[in-house]
Design a protein around this ligand. Sequence first.
Ligand code: FAD
Ligand code: MLT
Ligand code: ZN
Length: 480
Amino acid sequence: MNDMKPLAHRRPNSALLERLKSVVGPKGWLDQPGDLAPHLADWRRRFQGKTPLLLKPATTAEVAEIVRLCAAAQAAIVPQGGHTGLAGGGTPHDTGDEILLSTARLNRVRALDAANYTITVEAGCILKQVQDAAAAADRLFPLSLAAEGTCQIGGNLSTNAGGIAVLRYGNARDLVLGLEVVLPDGRVWDGLRALRKDNSGYDLKQLFIGAEGTLGIITAAVLRLFPAPKERVTAFAALRDLDAAVDLQARCRAASGDSLVSFELLPRAGIDLALRHIPGVADPLQAKRDYYVLIELTAAAEGSDLRARLETALAAALEDGLLADATIAESAEQARKLWFVREGITELQKYAGVSIKHDISVPVARVPAFIPRAIELCAKMFPGTRPIAFGHVGDGNVHFNVYQPEAMDGGAFLAQGEALSAAIHDLAMELNGSFSAEHGIGRLRLQEMRRYKSDVELDLMRRIKQALDPLDLMNPGKVV
Ligand code: FAD
Ligand code: MLT
Ligand code: ZN
């Protein structure tokens, strides 16, 4: 897959490369092909790039010095966190003249203020590390996604990641109180405020959240924490149909005093794929239906009676014919296994042949209209493809993956898949949705930006980019 934007920056010369190495010292850079390889192909292996140098600064001052030197030489920089992004934003182009800047060594938890319910972390902290630091202080950092053992908080904020707890806690954007950012000219903006109330002018941090590294490099953040959950109930239910999912979600919210955290859709075909390809995955229910949901409720106080409330709600839903069957996990281990099935579907992208991904959202009540119509489009436009719809149905966010026909070559499938993707995105837009719910734009969705964003929106975005990064040195050729 390729985008055609010409890149205006200059190729770094050897003097610049040596100067940059000296900023970070001997442990802070890589330039050998074997060492660089994992940083040059994205997680799904759709994008492959080159770089003359990967830098791993250990402090904000080092990041600022790198950016200053690159700006003076008009050399482009691609920021990279855990490199788990699904839109190709963290992978350099194949021109070989972009400097790769990894935040892996910016990995300190700077402070945790339990009374203020905040944590201050550097961008290279792995998401799991942030969750664990919060848990050690009897607090919750609620951002959670299957890549949490690898992705970094700087990458999460730069993609405005969603995940499995958005229903209750919002996207990454909603969890940020302050940011520290190295701007494209090398200045440091210290916006590390730990305030829930601050109406003093434009909310600058919002510019950098979800900007995918095109406006500056996030080096640290103040994040919101919540009380640690004291009760957790996980359930799995076989749905009558997709309409039942919408109804069931509302019932779960109402019955639990709005304690619903996750409401995830799994299709039968996805479970079958997981059972076939991933060792240790077991079928959670006897009943065979087209769709299932994984439900999780939590409460910050013991004695909240969540299990009984969910049991009652599920029993009523069974009685009313919304469900064919349901089970509630009896232990943390059983709950983990249910989640393993859900996460298995994501992992399958690597094992079950070539797939074309779509990460769409629509208003929740329109999910039952979107999925069958999208499946019908696949059957009509590309017979033999295997569509799998799963994901954060509680947020109206459907991951609609279309697997190649079994007899077809993967490359040929990808080459012909563009028209199908356009039709699926058109459908999401027709239903008042989005063509990118949580994975961002990167290099993958540039065409859709042009197709669906209004001239006004594109103009505003380009003006913001021009104002902050007039030389187009920050992750050029991505997002706008
Ligand atoms: P990277 O991939 O390294 O970078 C992502 C983008 O941010 C790039 O454009 C990069 O240039 C930029 N960037 C990185 N760090 C910085 C920084 N410090 N400053 C400025 N720019 C920066 N995403 C979801 O939203 N929800 C999910 O449920 C979800 N599940 C996933 C499950 C799996 C198995 C995988 C592989 C991915 C999943 N993702 C999901 C996508 C991905 O994990 C997220 O987008 C994540 O936030 C990316 O973090 P990262 O550190 O890997 O960023
Ligand atoms: C997920 O929810 O599992 C992720 O967003 C990854 C995917 O879309 O496959
Ligand atoms: Zn997702």
